[in-house]
Design a protein around this ligand. Structure first.
Ligand SMILES: [Zn+2]
Length: 84
C-alpha cells in the first residue's frame, strides 16, 4: 500500500499547492512524530490509555486518539481536535 492510498482528497488538494520543499518538510515532521510516539495496535487500547488517570492529570482532560497515516497504528495527542 502506498502512502497516497491513505490520504484523503483534501490532503492531496492541500499538498498540491505546496512547494517540493514544503512537502518534504511536512513528511519529515509527520514521520518524526510517529517514530517518537507510543503506538497502540487498536483504537480500544489507545482509548483506554487516553482515559488513564495519570494522562488526565497531566493534560487536564483525556488525550485525543488518532489513527496514524504512517504506521496505521493509533497514537495519543495532547492537542485538541482541529476542525479542518
Ligand atoms: Zn504512527
Amino acid at each position: 500500500m502506498s502512502d497516497e492510498d491513505r490520504e484523503t482528497a483534501e490532503h492531496r488538494a492541500a499538498r498540491a499547492r505546496w512547494s517540493a520543499e514544503e512537502q518534504e518538510a511536512y513528511e519529515r515532521y509527520e514521520r518524526g512524530t510517529c517514530a517518537r510516539k507510543k503506538r497502540y495496535a487498536s483504537e480500544r487500547k489507545a482509548r483506554q490509555a487516553a482515559r488513564h488517570p495519570l494522562v488526565q492529570a497531566r493534560l487536564g482532560r483525556p488525550a485525543r486518539v488518532y489513527l496514524c497515516p504512517w504506521c496505521l497504528g493509533y497514537h495519543l495527542s495532547s492537542t485538541p481536535e482541529r476542525s479542518l
